[in-house]
Design a binder for this molecule. Structure first.
Ligand code: NAD
Length: 479
């Protein structure tokens, strides 16, 4: 059966079948049925993509930054026309509803942001030693790699290619085996606008062998990865054991949200529901642990339950008006159900949901667990599903200690009307981003995003991202 979508690899400016001829199936999680196959890149395809990127590097890196910006802006304009198609394909492959979809348009915005910042990469000068005129320059790494997850493919792709290509690198990017189709629309757009061949190569494939071959490749000098902490560790090992390539990691999270008694409780409850239900709980920065001050716990629990119930109504991801879709695949589905079984075993107080939904597709009820012990795996581990832990706290000291008491540190938030307290707590929270009276998925394109502790290393977005895709060189001129 011919696929109703592009299914080949994009190497050196053209679509190709995988050298091995191997394909793999893509499934619709709302029906559990196969929707077709895509070609699977193997090690030899990674080699071909790296060679194409190597060949393209000199001419791309020697363009004026403003010319690279023009190419990226042309790509963004073309992608804008394809937002409905990319949104449809992401709904089809991972169940993200087309209604109110924000990450695909945001991907286009991210690309424009970095295109416009392309000419804004500079070094420093030093005259501190009279015998020397010193300066630093920033230069691209050369051929770089990117490996992205399935939950927001187009946005993840933009966050990698935007700063990497703007600064003159050429790239080999692997999409996720669960949702490769919107990335192939990007490939088609590259071909349509005649984007310089080899500058961006896009591969469909599994973690092994394709992702691993990228992580180990001797011809790749920097690699940006977004995905789970466990894979992030494997990638760092592969990078260290090969050419010690520079690695940035955007990993998992278990983000705390602290709600003080003086906060706008209605707003906190509605933000909490939106955060845990975004992409059916499959967002790295989802606020999955809420700590509410004891005096307002009962009121808040009622409010948040009402908000989760209202916003958590599920349906067909392709239908207009559907707010929540299924989990992305049977692996995610089984994993979340295992956590819910554990909640039963541990006799946790489940006040809402707690089971699968009684319908076709990988749907799970939005779930609230009240006052779970801090040591429970449901409080410590990333569940990556619509499961919210709500706990109470007695004082500031206690809540800061508990908020920081996981191995993650991606996002944290605090709701209060006391600005002094908000600032004090922002400083104490161990997280790459802290929201005050806002929570995830709120981010700012011009400010860094990334994790502390086992949530990652390095930053995306903002000027930090541009810098992170360049090597720094000191040039000394004898006077
Ligand atoms: P994953 O780690 O299973 O896979 C991510 C990517 O890595 C996929 O493309 C996969 O094929 C590839 N991969 C798997 N094994 C590999 C290996 N050994 N070598 C090289 N590549 C390999 O993660 P996922 O299930 O796709 O995504 C969910 C995870 O991603 C969650 O933990 C979530 O928190 C995290 N995430 C983080 C962010 C962030 O910005 N911090 C954003 C989105 C998702």
């Amino acid at each position: 059966m011919a696929a109703a979508f592009e299914n080949r690899l994009f190497i050196d400016g053209e679509f190709r079948e995988a050298r091995s001829g191997k394909t793999f199936e893509i499934f619709n999680p709302a029906t559990t049925k196969s929707i077709g196959v895509v070609y699977e890149a193997g090690v030899e395809d990674v080699d071909a993509a790296v060679a194409a990127a190597g060949k393209a590097f000199e001419s791309w890196s020697e363009l004026r930054a403003a010319e690279r910006a023009q190419w990226l802006l042309r790509l963004a304009t073309k992608l804008e026309e394809e937002i409905p198609e990319m949104t449809r394909l992401e709904a089809l492959t991972m169940g993200k509803p087309v209604h109110n979809e924000f990450s695909v348009p945001m991907g286009v915005e991210v690309l424009r942001y970095f295109a416009n910042r392309a000419p804004d990469v500079q070094g420093e000068t030093s005259l501190n030693d009279p015998s020397l005129f010193g300066m630093t320059i920033r230069q691209p790494y050369g051929v770089v790699g990117a490996i992205i997850p399935w939950n927001t493919p187009m946005l993840m792709l933009s966050m990698k290619i935007g700063p990497a290509l703007a600064t003159g690198n050429t790239m080999v990017l692997k999409s996720s085996e669960k949702s490769p189709l919107s990335c192939l629309v990007v490939a088609r757009c590259l071909a349509d606008i005649g984007f310089p061949p080899g500058v961006l190569n896009i591969l469909n494939g599994f973690g092994r062998p394709c992702g691993e071959a990228i992580a180990k490749h001797m011809g790749i000098r920097k690699l940006a990865f977004t995905g789970s902490t466990i894979t992030g560790k494997a990638i760092k090992i592969a990078a260290a054991q090969s050419n010690l390539k520079n690695v940035t990691l955007e990993l998992g999270g278990k983000s705390p949200m602290i709600v003080f008694e003086d906060a706008d409780l209605a707003r906190a409850a509605s933000d909490a529901a939106a955060s845990i239900l975004a992409i059916s709980g499959q967002a790295c920065m989802a606020s999955s642990r809420i700590y509410v001050e004891e005096s307002k716990a009962v009121t808040f629990l009622k409010l948040v339950t009402a908000e989760v119930t209202k916003a958590g109504v599920s349906g067909d991801p392709l239908a207009e008006g559907t707010c929540r879709g299924p989990q992305a695949d049977h692996v995610q589905y089984d994993r979340i159900l295992n956590f819910l079984d554990l909640a039963k075993e541990e006799k946790l107080h489940v006040t809402l949901g707690g089971a699968r939904e009684n319908k076709i597709g990988y749907y799970i009820q939005p779930t609230i667990i009240y006052e779970p012990p801090e040591t429970s795996k449901l409080v410590q581990d990333e569940i990556f599903g619509p499961v919210l832990c709500v706990s109470t706290f007695a004082n500031e000291r206690d809540v800061i200690q508990r908020a920081n008491n996981t191995e993650y540190g991606l996002y944290a938030s605090v709701y209060t009307n006391d600005l002094k307290r908000a600032l004090k707590i922002s400083k104490k929270l161990q997280a790459g981003t802290v929201g005050v009276n806002v929570t995830s998925p709120t981010v700012s394109l011009d400010l860094p995003f990334g994790g502390w502790k086992q949530s990652g290393e390095g930053r995306e977005l903002g000027k930090h991202a541009l810098e992170s895709w360049t090597e720094l060189k000191t040039v000394l001129i004898g006077m």
